[in-house]
Design a protein around this ligand. Structure first.
Ligand code: ZN
Length: 177
């Protein structure tokens, strides 16, 4: 298992749509293990594969009772509305109140290739929607309204160096340079 640098705002990989996993094999299992370790190290409650530069449709999360891997996730139903302060490991140090559906029904596969089906609301439902956005190339910033988004982008542009746009591997950021 390896901790892998997390890609941050400005890295084009975060704006690309990830592709379906065709075979849930040993390589995907190893990737998922690294994603779990990277998520805990950050620390965070969820991580999508493209946040570490791998364009595959899987994410990992831990809502407080252990790590879970979801491969080829799809939200098949959503309902209600819930506002919650949401942050993102790829937009470090920032968070916004964001309204999204409250309840979601997620289907996909576990790391052994078994079908899974989870109905979740509030925090867990929010994690699912946030990670699905990543896999669809949508960053948290795009969920803000016009004025909020303009302000956030302005702030992020002024922090570009710290956010590692000139540091694609995130090494300088890790070393605090
Ligand atoms: Zn995120």
């Amino acid at each position: 298992m390896t901790v892998i640098p997390i890609r941050v705002y400005g890295d084009p990989v975060l704006n690309q749509v990830a592709t379906e996993v065709e075979n849930i094999d040993g390589r995907i299992a190893a990737l998922a293990e690294s994603m779990i370790e990277t998520m805990y190290e950050a620390p965070g409650v969820g991580l999508a594969a493209n946040q570490i530069g791998v364009q595959k449709r899987l994410f990992v999360y831990d809502k407080g009772d252990g790590p879970v891997v979801v491969v080829n996730p799809v939200i098949v139903e959503s309902a209600g509305e819930w506002t919650y302060e949401e942050g993102c490991l790829s937009v470090p140090g920032m968070s916004w109140e964001i309204t999204r559906p409250n309840e979601v029904h997620l289907v996909g596969y576990d790391i052994d290739g078994n079908e899974i089906s989870v109905e979740a609301d509030e925090f867990e439902g929010r994690i699912f929607q946030h990670e699905m956005d990543h896999l669809n190339g949508v960053l948290l910033i795009e969920r803000l309204d016009g004025e909020q988004r303009r302000e956030a982008k302005k702030l992020l542009r002024s922090q570009r160096v710290q956010l590692g746009v000139n540091d694609p591997d995130g090494l300088e950021q890790l070393l605090g340079e």
